[in-house]
Each structure stands twice: as structure tokens, then as C-alpha cells.
Ligand binder design. Structure first.
Ligand code: 5GP
Length: 197
């Protein structure tokens, strides 16, 4: 808090991007566990089909294309993008509500969405996760074994263009070792959370 009768200091906005299969979701989940309750995860809306084990409202809000377009028409999304052929977007209300209450928000979004968020929130802390190599990335995506061959190919193609955005991010972490990458990410978050309070 900044003092009596004043609104709380705004929370930080952390954006984590990087190619599919780089480990964003695992690392983001670890950060939520580590920093709960002051850090909250922004649950995106998507038109992609749920993977096995995914529940509506937990990993994503699973929308039909019409529902997604309706959310766009009603200006309910802070950013959106078409990623691997599906719509993905960040609900605006959750983001703004939490930041204005002084909670920190973690966004796991693609580079197009990352750039849109940076345009609106220049203070956002931009973190890029890199794979140690493309062959490791391919192996991870294939081992995940939840996507068809065509989707795997699309995700790998996209990975190359996503890497071109690396220089627009203030921090980059190579995920060659999950424990080490988690420590690096935790350090970045902790420093910003401490200096915001
Ligand atoms: P997946 O389908 O594997 O869960 O996610 C595919 C990609 O979409 C990932 O790069 C993920 O970061 C990105 N993504 C997830 N939610 C959003 C969102 O709300 N906006 C944007 N722009 N990308 C998202």
C-alpha cells in the first residue's frame, strides 16, 4: 500500500513468451506455486480444443470461434492473436482488476500478444524462454505426444519466427535445465516484486 486512503501500488505484469515446447507452462506453474497469493496466472481464452486433462476455466477458457469473436467485439480482451491456427486472448478484466489491486500477474502468451501488451503496458516485464536447440525443442514437442504431426510441424515452423522477437524482450532464459531455469525466472520475479512493494 502507498498509505492510508490511497489505492494500492499497481502490481507488476510479467510476460513469458517463447516457442511451444520450451517449458513455459511448467515454469509458469512453478512461479505461481512459489509466489502465491501475490502472483496470479492470467487464464487465457482460446478456440483450440482442450488437450486430455485440461479443464475449462483452469488451463484456459475454451471458447467457440463465435464466442471468441463476441469477446473481441465487446472489447473484453487486452490482446489476442492467432497462434498455430487458433485464436488466443487475454481477458482484460482479470488483468486490470488484479494489477490495480496490487497483485502481480503472469501472462504465458505468444510473441505477437507480448508485443501488444508491451505497447499498452510499457512497464511490463518481458521474459523470453529459449530452447537449448531446435532439435531439443522438436524432441520435446514430439514427446508431449498430444498433437498431430501436422500441428507439430506448424509449431516448429512458428518456433523459428518466434525466435526473431528475442531482442524485444528484456530478459532471456535458456531452458536447458528446468531447475536452473526456474531459479533464474524466480530471481527476476522476486526482484521486481520486491521493488514494487
Ligand atoms: P498451447 O496451445 O500450447 O497451450 O499454447 C500455444 C501458444 O499460445 C503458446 O505460445 C502460448 O504462450 C500462447 N498463448 C496462450 N494464451 C495466449 C493468449 O492469451 N494470447 C496470446 N497471444 N498467446 C497465448
Amino acid at each position: 500500500m502507498t498509505g492510508n486512503n490511497q489505492s494500492p501500488a499497481r502490481g507488476c505484469l510479467f510476460v513469458v513468451s517463447g516457442p511451444s515446447g520450451v517449458g513455459k507452462t511448467v515454469l509458469c506453474n512453478k512461479m505461481i506455486e512459489r509466489f502465491t497469493p501475490m502472483l496470479v496466472y492470467s487464464i487465457s481464452a482460446t478456440t483450440r480444443a482442450p488437450r486430455s486433462g485440461e479443464t475449462n476455466g483452469q488451463e484456459y477458457f475454451f471458447y467457440s470461434v463465435d464466442e471468441f469473436k463476441n469477446a473481441l467485439d465487446n472489447n473484453l480482451l487486452a490482446e489476442w492473436a492467432i497462434v498455430h491456427g487458433n485464436y488466443y486472448g487475454t481477458p482484460k478484466h482479470f488483468l486490470e482488476g488484479n494489477i490495480s489491486q496490487g497483485r502481480h500477474v503472469l501472462l504465458n502468451i505468444d510473441v505477437q500478444g507480448g508485443m501488444k501488451i508491451l505497447g499498452q503496458y510499457p512497464e511490463a516485464i518481458m521474459i523470453f524462454l529459449q530452447p537449448p536447440s531446435f532439435s531439443v525443442l522438436e524432441d520435446r514437442i514430439r514427446r508431449r505426444n498430444t498433437d498431430s504431426d501436422e500441428i507439430v510441424r506448424k509449431r516448429l515452423e512458428n518456433a523459428r519466427s518466434e525466435m526473431a522477437f528475442l531482442s524485444r524482450y528484456s530478459f532471456s532464459i535458456v531452458n536447458d535445465d528446468l531447475v536452473k531455469a526456474a531459479h533464474e525466472l524466480e530471481d527476476i520475479l522476486r526482484k521486481h516484486i520486491q521493488s514494487a512493494s
